[in-house]
Design a protein around this ligand. Structure first.
Ligand code: HEC
Ligand code: HEC
Length: 348
């Protein structure tokens, strides 16, 4: 029997086999919004093997950050510093607009390791750890949780479910190439900065018309058009210019969520239901974390939704991931959305 199928597959030829490759992001019910897609990309790519060695930056997808066109010096309200776009997006020394907002950055956070193509943590997570929808909010995470995640990334127990998500694989490659001292310095640094309110959650029937960058950041389109929101969450920078061009680490997000979803999510998060269990016992009454489980209140809904789906699909399977099984194994896309609307609307 096995042999028959194999023969048939060989007879169909290699091209037929390639055409059969399906990406998990193309499956029905996949929460595309949490992974930064409006539609699944027409030609998804597999980035899981592109940065296997010691150069994490081999997974840096071209076109992710705005290019420098003018060399003009940019300013930001409240900061006395000026930077060119090239300096703002410098992989090994990204602009730090507000050095007074955080303690001195360890070298690995501010600069990474240029000789080995290892970008600064701050280029993705920001100097203050607030992070963007396509990466993660790392400010205020407990040191032991933070170090466990780096360990899970480096052993391959934690990967993104989306093989097209290049930055997820760059993150894992960085974790594999950190020394224990660098990992600890980064963990202690980000743990010392409280996570600040960052996402304004808005219940709405519609959302401003928007586009997506190759790295999975949604941005408002020009003009004032809106489109129906439907059953999804759309997280957008409050100001495209401040976030995507100037990388202002004080300018946050707004998240459009369906009308009624916060209340529905509250019921699930506080009491559980047919598809999930309540979250408060482990994550704390205010969802601000306990010695058992990390803080989740007020964090980016895209990030939270992506993690829940990664836990569900089992690609996030770190040493402590089993605790999350009952919360996710029967979880539907729609209940995930409501839970995340509620959790991200809470005060961090
Ligand atoms: C290329 C961008 C990028 C850089 C640079 C980067 N990260 Fe990340 N990081 C990510 C992404 C993307 C995720 C989330 C992956 C996902 O959603 O599956 C992440 C997640 C994390 C998490 C997990 C957070 C959580 O709540 O579980 C930690 C911890 C982390 N990064 C630490 C670091 C440290 C330390 C550095 C520097 C040594 C660093 N990152 C550099 C992209 C980056
Ligand atoms: C039995 C305890 C337990 C319950 C119940 C639980 N969690 Fe968790 N949760 C954990 C633990 C432990 C982790 C850390 C897992 C790891 O280290 O990978 C976690 C991690 C997470 C993360 C990832 C955070 C990050 O920064 O990446 C999210 C999101 C999350 N939980 C949401 C929820 C939600 C929402 C619920 C309720 C529907 C819930 N959890 C119920 C224990 C629990």
């Amino acid at each position: 029997m096995t042999r028959l199928i194999l023969t048939a597959a060989l007879a169909m030829g290699a091209s037929a086999l390639v055409a059969q490759t399906t990406f998990v992001i193309q499956q029905p019910g996949f929460p595309l919004w949490a992974y930064g897609y409006i539609q699944p990309p027409a030609v998804p790519q597999d980035w899981s093997n592109r940065c296997p060695g010691t150069r994490p930056r081999d997974c840096d997808r071209p076109g992710g950050l705005p290019a420098d066109t003018s060399g003009a010096l940019m300013k930001l309200a409240g900061s006395d510093r000026t930077f060119t776009i090239a300096q703002i997006t410098s992989p090994y020394s990204p602009a730090d607009w507000f050095p007074g907002d955080h303690p001195p950055m360890p070298d690995i956070v501010a600069h990474g390791k240029e000789a080995s193509g290892f970008r600064a943590c701050a280029i993705c997570h920001y100097p203050n750890g607030q992070g963007l929808m396509q990466n993660a909010p790392v400010a205020g995470l407990p040191v032991d949780y933070f170090l466990r995640q780096l360990e899970d990334f480096s052993t391959g127990r934690r990967t993104t479910a989306d093989v097209n998500k290049a930055n997820g694989f760059e993150m894992a490659a960085m974790a594999r190439n950190l020394t224990p001292a660098e990992a600890r310095a980064a963990a202690e640094y980000y743990a010392s900065i409280p996570f600040k309110p960052w996402v304004k959650v808005i219940e709405s029937e519609t959302v401003p018309r928007f586009t997506a960058t190759v790295n999975g950041l949604f941005m408002k389109a020009d003009g004032n058009d809106t489109e129906p929101l439907g059953r999804r969450i759309v997280e957008l920078p409050i100001s495209t210019r401040e976030t995507n061009l100037l990388r202002n680490p004080r300018s946050g997000m707004e998240a459009y969520v369906p009308v009624g979803s916060i209340k529905a999510g509250e019921a699930l998060a506080t009491r559980g239901g047919a598809t999930t269990v309540e979250c408060l016992t482990c994550h704390g009454k205010d969802l601000r974390g306990t010695p058992v489980a990390p803080p989740i209140a007020g964090r980016q809904p895209s990030y939270l939704g992506r993690q829940l789906w990664d836990f569900k699909l089992g690609t996030r399977n770190g040493v402590m991931a089993k605790a999350m099984r009952p919360a996710v194994e029967k979880l539907t896309t729609d209940d995930l959305m409501s839970i995340v609307a509620y959790v991200s609307s809470r005060q961090p």
